[in-house]
Design a binder for this molecule. Structure first.
Ligand SMILES: *Cc1c(COP(=O)(O)O)cnc(C)c1O
Length: 410
């Protein structure tokens, strides 16, 4: 049984914004696209720029749309502080640049989002940072990797595309013993699926471009964290130019307003579709944390959030993967056969999308490395949307039934 989501957690997405000084407050937030703000006096300018007084001077240093959105995200995560960035990668880069420097060591999960592996792997090495990769599902390997007291341990709550679940309380415990910061990329879970700060993480990063916004029409990132890990974050975001755009923040507030409806719906759809796929002859294996045979099913039951009224309805996530009998050619035929489900190498939209890790997110890996992780050429990832479950199952049934499996063996 999961931790039930608390009263008010979903409603926090809906809160109005403490608006600017309007005689009658507008019922939706305005967009404030100003690049620069006027100052009343030299004293005020000095104290605004020095950060002694709240307010705005220059959009790259902060703007109302980012602050309104960040405040909602801060509450959703139960964080001490939160800040918006231009993208999920800008959020991750800010954390790297704020906390790690040349000569430092850090440990990263060996199953990170492709661009994260690039930034925290080869790019960090170029900056003189020592990086080791670890299988975060192997706690003794993590303990050994942390013995050198690295600055930072980076993991994802739910890995892509094999949906391995990080044991965050155990990782937090190991990290704390070595004074290592635990940084968690919570993009797949969102704060309505998991709240890593409550489980011991120091910083949470999310790509708001995905399920948080949910409509696939903007790029944004979020950093939320504990005060003890916050010190250099805002200045890094501002100075390195990782700041968010007012229009994207404004749009994301609208997306966030329906998060409390979209997350449960997408998770239920994923469960229904996973159970359907398990019984289809064209499918070899289904990988979804909501299935009893998933290696992290019990862990997910313990740490993922659940419906407030139904604590046994755990939010196992909106992402599932399955291995087709066949290879990339079979996946291509599936793509041709699914007229209604688009092949997009992204996720977290209101409509269900399909991706093929071997030719997209994991294309730069050697096939043998991919297979060692458990990603085959016939592996398909689905990001479930909010369509009706019956319709989704029907679309997939039509497409899968049309695959002539014998064609691959000829
Ligand atoms: C998409 C994604 C990112 C990067 O976010 P962008 O907003 O695309 O820069 C990072 N981590 C995960 C898990 C993602 O899915």
């Amino acid at each position: 049984m999961g931790k039930p989501i608390k009263l008010g957690e979903e409603e926090a997405c809906l809160l109005g914004t403490s608006s600017l000084n309007f005689p009658c407050p507008p019922s939706t937030p305005p967009i404030v696209p100003a690049a620069v703000y006027a100052c009343e006096s030299t004293d005020q300018a000095e104290s605004l720029l020095g950060g002694q007084q709240p307010g705005y001077v220059y959009q790259r240093d902060g703007h109302p749309n980012a602050d309104w959105l960040a405040e909602k995200c801060r509450r959703l995560h139960g964080a001490d502080a939160a800040i918006m960035t231009a993208s999920g990668m800008a959020a991750l880069s800010s954390v790297l640049l704020a906390h790690v420097q040349s000569g430092d060591h850090m440990v990263i999960s060996n199953q990170l989002y492709g661009r994260s592996t690039m930034v925290f792997g080869s790019e960090a090495k170029r900056l003189g940072i020592h990086v080791s990769e670890v299988d975060i599902t192997d706690l003794s390997a993590v303990e050994a990797a942390l013995s050198s007291q690295p600055r930072l341990l980076l993991t994802e709550t739910i890995s892509n595309p094999l949906t391995r679940i990080a044991n965050l309380p155990a990782l937090a415990n190991l990290a704390q013993k070595q004074s290592t910061l635990l940084v968690v990329d919570n993009t797949f879970a969102t704060p309505l699926g998991c709240r890593p700060l409550e489980l011991g993480a120091d910083l949470v990063v999310e790509s708001v471009s995905k399920l948080m916004n949910g409509h696939g029409d903007l790029m944004l990132g979020l950093i939320a964290g504990k005060q003890s890990a916050w010190n250099r974050i805002p200045q890094t975001v501002a100075a390195w130019g990782f700041a968010s755009s007012p229009f994207d923040c404004w749009l994301a507030e609208r997306g966030l307003a329906t998060l409390g409806l979209r997350v449960p719906r997408a998770c239920e759809n994923a469960q229904t579709v996973a159970e359907f796929l398990m019984n289809h002859p064209a499918v070899d294996e289904v990988i979804y944390p909501g299935l009893a045979q998933h290696p992290d099913h019990l862990l997910a039951q313990e740490w993922m959030l659940a419906e407030r009224e139904h604590p046994d309805h755990v939010r196992f996530g909106h992402i599932l993967s399955f291995h087709l009998h066949g290879d990339a050619k079979t996946v291509d035929r599936l793509i041709q056969a699914t007229q209604t489900l688009e092949f997009c190498p992204s996720l977290g939209e209101v409509r269900t999308t399909l991706s093929h890790p071997a030719s997209t997110s994991h294309r730069s890996m050697l096939e043998t490395e991919r297979e060692k992780l458990g990603i085959r050429s016939g592996t398909v990832r689905l990001s479930l949307g909010i369509e009706s479950a019956d319709w989704l199952v029907e679309q997939l049934r039509i497409a899968l039934d049309s695959l002539d499996l014998k064609a691959d063996q000829r």
